[in-house]
Design a protein around this ligand. Sequence first.
Ligand code: ZN
Length: 242
Amino acid sequence: MKIISVDGIVVSNTAFKENSKIINIFTKDMGIIGAVSKGCKKMSSKLRLPSERFAYGTFHLYYNENGLSTLIDGDIKNYFINIKSDILKISYLTYICDLAINVYKESLDNQVYNLMEAAILKIEEGMDAKIITNILELQYLEYLGIDLNLDSCVKCGSTKVVTLSLSKGGYVCQNCRTNEILIDEKVLKMLRLYYYVDISKINELNIDKKISDEIDNIINEYYEEYSGIYMKSKKMLKTLES
Ligand SMILES: [Zn+2]
């Protein structure tokens, strides 16, 4: 067995034997790694904090390519103190990790981790969790193979778009529009910004609540209809939000 160090976040853990846990680490470069964390339930164990759910940092492992690895040590990079002080933010963190795992399993693309990490760090910095989550959801569509065309009319390519058609898969112009209801131009423009913004570079979110709520509805509807993903954590989040 070789020793490796990986950056990642513990997305789930289960009890194992008397004092141990099996943890699943979503890693930056190596997908999801399962590892035994021996004795981590003891208060004195140095593995206690790195084995907790949402532990985020660098993990040192005896790596087993064909089965469970073994956690040797972990350096926590950020304790997410801000997120963990707020039940709603914890729900967003839970949902984001669940979503990222689902999207990663579909695409096996390491960029899925990077987007998730950027979104979590922005929420920890105090940015609006709902808006950051919507941005992430929109940017994940590409990795789910259900990308929306937000550049021009999805049917004819015209840039004079009047609304968004979820069934057609993007913006549509007046000529190609059939029975879709019109969507405010500001919402259409903002949706495109959500889609292209570099999450790690967001410093400020000044978005009218009416616009962000409408975008939230559009994204929720699209996920429900087309993603094929159903998550308990999303349902939980909706209950808490309402
Ligand atoms: Zn058109």
